[in-house]
Design a protein around this ligand. Sequence first.
Ligand code: GRG
Length: 299
Amino acid sequence: MTAAAIDLGSYLARRKALVEEALDRFVSPAGGAPPRIIAAVRYSLFAGGKRLRPILCLAAAEAVSDAWESALPCACALEMIHTYSLIHDDLPAMDDDDYRRGRPTNHIVFGEGLAILAGDALLTEAFHLLADPGLMPGVTPETRLEVLRLVAGAAGMTGMVGGQVMDLEGEGETLAALTDMHRRKTGALLTASVVAGAVIAGASPAQRDILTRYGRKIGLAFQIADDILNVTGDSARMGKSTGSDAVRGKKTFPSLLGLEASRLKLAELVDGAAADARQLGDSSGILVQIADYIRERNI
Ligand code: GRG
């Protein structure tokens, strides 16, 4: 069966279940950490996220090799880094949000101190997983180091943290600045998810280049879709308030470009990403469908 024939809904559900079962093992009360930090970490880690970053990591690995399951610990590490970023982003010192994924945010339930530490723990444990020689069988030390380097780069000052700083400083007043901010804040980790999966699966330099281009396009597309959803989305379905960007006077793609031009930009990026993925041949069917899913998503 070619990948194009796979039903996306069932693929996403299967990969999500695989990731959640692995996260449950990796962040377990049996690991010896104080129960309160485990509770705070697990509260946000199992709050109903879409698991898009780990699924992208596994799908990219699968596009390159049949040995894609070696990427599972890395997929989990990426979800842990993503969850840390959401916990910290919701803090009073940052976006000061009381609800995420339809539930009170981590600091509302556990207090600010524990929420900061839950984020710290998730970030640290993610690198603990990536560095564990007992995980990712068959992956050479050089490849592991390369994955560590690219995930750290995406999460750090030139990537997600840098983008968050630009956001805090109110940068993003022009389309170029907004695009740069989002490429760092949201795009970098999404791109790294794709590239890390491919590298673990033994991608050639040409495959890696193709998937880097794909990742950069869907990374920005994801943020434009998020901005559009903040204007047009259904808050009950999304589990968070919509319209908040306009209330806060935040610059977004719809506020700078208008809704219609934002939709066109989103379509251009998604179509471009799908064209990139198709260069990998039949095994890229799922990546093509995930690009479309980002265009169509309503949560
Ligand atoms: C605190 C260092 C630090 C960084 C925070 C990513 C981020 C940087 C903040 C999140 C702010 C935000 C809501 C951005 C919009 C795009 C986005 C990342 C949405 C949430 O990602 P989803 O939709 O979430 O993949 P789920 O809930 O499905 O996991």
